[in-house]
Design a protein around this ligand. Structure first.
Ligand SMILES: *Cc1c(COP(=O)(O)O)cnc(C)c1O
Length: 396
């Protein structure tokens, strides 16, 4: 049941599309023409669903947190994407796209990664499905994220350093696109969020929509009603958020809240709050909001969580925000850290710093005892241990 989708050319209102160099046209066109037929074939659906169940560990639990509920005076549920294989929602999309690439007879997978989470998810899917994997990563991120680089290499992927620009995520993305242009026939580019040219935002949305599909079934079982009053998710590019929102969009009941990374504050110059600050423009092949400097260059974003450290936002979110279907708020580094420590002590669940942004917004809401709130816990916090330790010793 996919009631919400872009136009045939990949537009959500004025956002989206496929603004790509001509050299990329054959690859993107092939995907646009084939992705829906492949994804909705019986054979693909069976292979995908079987892997989500037996390999990823879906459905992920919907946990009623009686501790948070008592503290906040509402009915709080946590969607446990942190319990997925490799520790976050990203594996849902990586498996979907690598399966698709095999159906397209591709021999090689390339991907970009910032903190390494999408790189690890993609390298994992490639190991399982036995296909060559090359991951592009900024030179600075390679130094900052050593454990994930070693994980990717152990999984059999080749990690290539992007040495241009600021040597971080957007430069890795540029390198991956360049590589794809040079290998139009045998290579598939696995984009890690609902960004990039059409059909990537729609394709990734479809793979991640399993999250809200499961929430509806699980909430029905627990409360007798599939539709909560609120769903809250953090937003970098926007894949976990659209997955958690998808089946509730414009249902007349559920308020959808996306939480951006405020960094050190929206007006501090060290932030990744795209909707709060962004202007319309084109980034990585689609029209959306992005943070720009005064002379129109892409702004170097900052967030304590590497997964939210992106200067753009998926076009679907630009559209849903402008239309009033999703409320977008922001949370600072400090607020996210506090929320991560709180949930760890309260429930024994250590969330990813990204997910902690969604949790942090809870305390700012005006909640009623009967309100049913679902927070999408997009990933687990093991990867953030160094950051947690640094700040823990400060606090004591
Ligand atoms: C990558 C990541 C995010 C941000 O990506 P989205 O596409 O916005 O979901 C959020 N949470 C975790 C745990 C991540 O690894």
């Amino acid at each position: 049941m996919m009631k919400f989708k872009p136009t045939e050319n990949g537009f959500y209102g004025e956002f989206g599309g496929a603004f790509i160099p001509e050299m990329l046209y054959p690859n993107v066109k092939e995907l646009q023409e084939k992705y829906l037929d492949i994804i909705y074939s019986d054979e693909f659906q069976k292979a995908f669903k079987d892997l989500l169940k037996d390999y990823v560990g879906r459905p992920t639990p919907l946990f009623y947190s009686s501790n948070l509920s008592a503290l906040l005076g509402a009915q709080i549920y946590l969607k446990r994407e942190d319990l997925n294989h490799t520790g976050a929602h990203k594996i849902n999309n990586a498996i979907g796209q690598v399966l698709l690439a095999k159906k397209l007879n591709k021999k090689r997978i390339i991907a970009e990664t910032g903190a390494g989470q999408h790189g690890v998810a993609t390298a994992t899917a490639c190991a399982l499905l036995n296909i060559e994997c090359v991951i592009f990563m900024g030179e600075i991120d390679i130094q900052r994220q050593k454990p994930n680089v070693e994980r990717m290499q152990m999984l059999g992927a080749k990690v290539v350093a992007a040495t241009s620009g600021s040597k971080t995520l957007k430069d890795a993305t540029n390198e991956a696109i360049r590589e794809w242009i040079n290998n139009p026939v045998d290579t598939h580019y696995v984009i890690g969020s609902v960004v990039g040219p059409h059909p990537f935002p729609d394709m990734v949305t479809r793979f991640q929509s399993i999250i809200s599909e499961e929430i509806r079934v699980q909430l029905s079982e627990k409360t007798g009603n599939p539709d909560p009053d609120y769903v809250i998710a953090c937003i970098g590019g926007g894949s976990n958020a659209i997955g958690a929102f998808y089946h509730f969009i414009d249902n007349g009941k559920t308020k959808l809240i996306a939480v951006e990374a405020g960094g050190e504050g929206v007006t501090s110059g060290k932030t990744a709050a795209t909707i709060a600050l962004g202007k319309k423009g084109i980034i990585h092949g689609s029209k959306t909001y992005l943070i720009q400097t005064n002379d129109g260059q892409i702004f170097e974003p900052h967030s304590i969580s590497a997964g939210l450290d992106y200067p753009g936002i998926g076009p679907v979110h630009a559209y849903l925000h402008d239309k009033g279907s999703v409320e977008v708020v922001s949370v600072t580094d400090k607020e996210a850290l506090d929320a991560a420590f709180q949930l760890t002590k309260l429930d024994g669940i250590m969330p990813a710093l990204e997910s902690a942004h969604a949790l942090a917004h809870l305390t700012k809401m005006n909640l009623n005892k009967k309100d049913v709130v679902v927070v999408n816990l997009s990933g687990r916090g093991d990867k953030d241990m160094q950051t947690f330790q640094k700040h823990h010793s400060h606090e004591e």
